[in-house]
Design a protein around this ligand. Sequence first.
Ligand SMILES: O=c1ccn([C@@H]2O[C@H](COP(=O)(O)OP(=O)(O)O[C@H]3O[C@H](CO)[C@@H](O)[C@H](O)[C@H]3O)[C@@H](O)[C@H]2O)c(=O)[nH]1
Ligand SMILES: O=C(O)[C@H](O)COP(=O)(O)O
Length: 336
Amino acid sequence: MRSRPWWAMSAEVGHWLERRTGRAEDWAPEALLAAKGDHTISVVLPARDEEATVGQIVGLIRRDLRERLPLVDELVVVDSCSADATARVAADAGARVIHQNLVLPRYGALPGKGDALWKALAVTTGDIVVFVDADLRNFGTHFVTGLVGPLLSDPSVVYVKGSYDRPFADGAVTQPHGGGRVTELVARPLINLHWPALAGFIQPLAGEYAGRRAVLERIPFVTGYGVELGMLVDLLDIAGLPALAQVDLGVRVHSHQTVEELGRMAGHIMLTAWSRLEREGRLVAADRPGSRMVQFCHAGEERTLRVSDVGVRERPPLITVPEYVAARPFASYGEQ
Ligand SMILES: O=c1ccn([C@@H]2O[C@H](COP(=O)(O)OP(=O)(O)O[C@H]3O[C@H](CO)[C@@H](O)[C@H](O)[C@H]3O)[C@@H](O)[C@H]2O)c(=O)[nH]1
Ligand SMILES: O=C(O)[C@H](O)COP(=O)(O)O
């Protein structure tokens, strides 16, 4: 039950929510194919140790959105330094597999999801790029069609974020809306405090989103788990709220990380917020925040101390990368 009606939030956000929130079922795949015209669509799955789920996701996209209906032109899995058989499973299922650290080698190897996405953007060609996490356990192709729908039907939309209900499943115990712990405890408070225009995003950390290459190549990519927050803030800056949209994709079930892993994710997200506030001139600090995190982790009854670096780095907008621009001789860079 809502404690206050939706219009009690800012008029800008209320108006945006009404105008820019859709549902995946609003876009039938056949209608999207008719609307596709000259557009080309790349689907990218970042994957680190996702052999259990990546094959099924790739297989469904290949069967339904490439073979049955030629909606997706390119299907790429970025193997993000997996220690398992992710790359082989993805290739067997029909994806082109790229290895994160082999792309743009001159720029070095940096760990994390954001770097995997930046590398994928560098080597794909679609003018619409869809990102889908590779750990989804209930993937359906409506995740892809729902995200491309607003981009194919409204030229003023440049980016579409997925939203969904997030159950938390731990063995036999399932809480229907208990998922998204970092979203609720870290990202949503930060967004409301500092970027209230983005408060209407129901799942600001969702790993499922689509954007126009012409815009994605103009923003920097934070290398770790800060990539989603950084992207939203940067897109708000360069494109404005009316150019952003969200689509309800139903329910999303994924593999949950441990609380300790989510603590490190929260560190990435906080440092990303800090970097944007500093860049926007809204934070004048005498000291830079540290990036070392001490955690007390439990393995059974045993408590161990773990020290991690949760610092985030940033990859530059791809239009500033000569190798990227040289590989696209027909694009008109520099036009705004
Ligand atoms: O170094 C990495 C880490 C993760 N992944 C992949 O990225 C996706 C999401 O990672 P995951 O560890 O499952 O993140 P979540 O716990 O699901 O975190 C949520 O919140 C993150 C922070 O915003 C987002 O990046 C995620 O997409 C979102 O689902 C998965 O396919 C991973 O295999 C990589 O490719 N490289
Ligand atoms: O998006 C998030 O908040 C994190 O991925 C954690 O999600 P979970 O609580 O569903 O594991």
